[in-house]
Design a binder for this molecule. Structure first.
Ligand SMILES: C[S@@+](CC[C@H](N)C(=O)[O-])C[C@H]1O[C@@H](n2cnc3c(N)ncnc32)[C@H](O)[C@@H]1O
Length: 271
């Protein structure tokens, strides 16, 4: 089995060529959040409300993934800004750019590492880094790049997770795979650690928590989620069966529902 470390902040080739070679694995995880959320305002709509996009503004998204921030809640007529979509994975950019063109008029897509942006200083009014900085080997280097390409007065929106995020799923994983000591998302760039990194570079840093939890009722959906990243990604048939029993037992003990905690939100920071 390869090291489960590779998903968080280590192995850019694995992220680019396996985990995010296209949107399939990410979609499996997004489904769990959209299907079982208790919060009535969808995550993407909530994020959109945190930032005012200036009319005619230039927006950069780094680590755009499947582009949900731009395909939910927009119509082409109201998108009076230009959007540059970027991701480490060329496959992701190729898949996402045409989808986003259906809802945002002015879009270009580019495969780019957040730590080395191929844009001039002072090029953008808004930079978005949505659930991606915990993957980056040097998040501070990426933040300095975001500050460099932002115009003075520009805004960074950087969403991430905190220590309690999905703790019930991590507990189930640990019961099957053992308590492997690997870096977790929030330790690299999380609700607590991220604020300190941002404050070194940006002004007026504020954390906005998103209030939600998941009430999961379908065992397969939970298993698909767990098996979309390491260590679940490399699970043997026996380990998948063990995962399944644990999820079924927990659902049976709580009227058919597995309650999953979310600890998630976004930083707004100013240049
Ligand atoms: C968890 S997904 C988030 C996708 C999307 N922003 C969302 O919230 O749905 C993380 C994305 O960051 C990308 N990524 C990872 N490391 C990166 C890097 N160094 N530079 C740019 N993108 C990166 C991955 O390819 C992946 O598409």
């Amino acid at each position: 089995m390869e090291s489960p470390d590779r998903f968080v902040n280590r192995d850019q080739a694995y992220l680019r060529d396996v985990a995010y070679v296209n949107g399939d694995k990410l979609r499996a995880r997004t489904q769990l959040h959209t299907n079982y959320a208790t919060q009535s305002v969808p995550w993407q709509v909530w994020l959109q409300r945190l930032v005012e996009i200036p009319k005619g503004g230039e927006i950069l998204e780094v680590g755009c993934g499947t582009g949900l921030l731009w395909t939910i809640g927009w119509t082409s007529e109201e998108s009076d800004f230009s959007l540059t979509l970027t991701d480490l994975s060329a496959g992701m950019v190729a898949e996402t750019t045409p989808l986003v063109r259906r809802t945002i008029r002015d879009v270009k897509g580019l495969a780019v590492d957040a730590q080395e942006l191929p844009f001039a200083d002072n090029s953008f009014d808004v930079v978005v880094a949505n659930q991606m900085l915990y993957h980056v080997p040097d998040p501070s280097l990426a933040l300095r790049e975001f500050a460099r390409v932002l115009r003075r007065g520009g805004v960074l929106m950087a969403s991430t997770v905190g220590a309690g995020h999905l703790r019930e799923l991590f507990r189930i994983e640990a019961s099957v795979f053992g308590p492997t000591r690997v870096l977790r998302h929030h330790e690299v760039f999380g609700a607590q650690s991220g604020g300190d990194l941002l404050a070194e570079i940006f002004d007026g840093v504020a954390w906005h928590p998103y209030d939600d939890r998941l009430l999961c009722t379908d065992v397969d959906d939970v298993i698909e989620y767990i098996c979309s990243t390491p260590p679940g990604e490399d699970a043997s048939r026996d380990q998948v069966a063990q995962l399944r029993h644990l999820v079924e037992d927990q659902m049976a003990a709580h009227d058919g529902v597995l309650v999953v905690t979310k600890d998630v939100g976004a930083f707004i920071a100013h240049r």
